[in-house]
Design a protein around this ligand. Structure first.
Ligand code: CP
Ligand code: NVA
Length: 301
């Protein structure tokens, strides 16, 4: 596997499958109460330049359960606040720890850190990609559906970091991927080109057309972190892009609903659909823990 975990595009289909199998195994051993502490003395530094609930807790709990420890850093309490460069931060921090996780805005900032880092770097979300989330999403689909064969995943909403990573992860896993997204808010053009050439992919503004026959319906917020100022105009642009009963009615019977969370009920998803699928959505959240343990073990193992 690649030294870092920055983007699912860097991961081969075999590597992705390996991580999923490993995650599912780690989960069942953990649930059975087995103690597995290969990371005695190992330290993960986590740099958050944006807010987080799940990513922080899953990495922190995961490192502790594996016998290691973690350090929580955020921009406002480090010298990044005083304009130390990301490169110098990488050169200093990576000499003292075994692994780094970063959540930031520009993907280029994550790449700049990774380029200078002495140790593996994990993407904990950028504006471009959220690979840890999609690993947990694929794990949840695999656990509940048994395999990806013949499945169709439909993402409804903003062509954001989640859409980008779901396109790559979904296609690499072997699913058909459909994106329902309004003009002006499309996913990354190069990723869509790649998806069209590699697998069964389509992106159209027509929500019901894209969701028809879907086995997994996925959505995410209309305004991501950093886009709070656009919230009003985005509410207008995405008004028809809601996962509601009408969408579920055209999806396959027994379709799953996934959401990376946090959710805004009444915007990208109705409260009814979210609550009807809460066991899937919150298991998806839990699976961040298990999926990321597989990444940690792979990068440090
Ligand atoms: N889904 C996700 O990454 O959640 P947090 O923003 O809470 O970390
Ligand atoms: N698209 C969202 C995902 C949050 C997990 C954001 O970037 O804010």
């Amino acid at each position: 596997m690649h030294k870092n975990f920055l983007c699912l595009k860097d991961c081969s289909a075999d590597e992705l499958n390996y991580l999923l199998r490993r995650a599912i195994k780690l989960k069942s051993r953990f649930k059975a109460g087995e103690v597995y502490r290969p990371f005695e003395g190992k330290v993960l530094a986590m740099l958050f330049e944006k807010a987080s609930t799940r990513t922080r807790v899953s990495f922190e709990a995961g490192m502790a359960q594996l016998g290691g420890t973690s350090i929580y850093l955020n921009t406002s309490e480090t010298q990044l606040k005083n304009e130390e460069t990301i490169e110098d931060t990488a050169r200093a921090v990576s000499r003292m720890v075994d692994l780094v996780m970063i959540r930031t805005g520009p993907h280029s900032r994550l790449e700049a850190f990774a380029k200078e880092s002495e140790v593996p770097v994990i993407n904990g979300l950028t504006d471009f990609a959220h690979p840890c989330q999609v690993l947990a999403d694929l794990m949840t689909i695999r656990e509940r559906k048994g395999s990806f064969k013949g499945l169709k995943l439909c993402f409804v909403g903003d062509g954001n970091n989640m859409a980008n990573s779901l396109i790559v992860g979904g296609i690499k896993a072997g699913m058909a991927v459909r994106i329902a997204c309004p003009a002006g808010y499309l996913p990354d053009a190069a990723l869509m080109d790649w998806a069209r050439k590699t697998g069964d992919f389509d992106c159209q503004p027509d929500v019901l057309g894209m969701a028809k026959g879907a086995d997994v319906v996925y959505t995410d917020v209309w305004a991501s972190m950093g886009q709070e100022g656009e919230a009003e105009e985005r509410r207008a642009a995405f008004a028809g892009y809601q996962v509601n009963q009408a969408v579920m009615d055209v999806a396959n019977a027994g379709a799953m609903v996934l959401h990376c969370l946090p959710a805004h009920r009444g915007e990208e998803i109705t409260a009814e659909v979210l609550e009807a699928h809460a066991d899937e959505i919150f298991e998806e959240a839990e699976n961040r823990l298990h999926a990321q343990k597989a990444v940690l073990v792979r990068l440090l193992g």
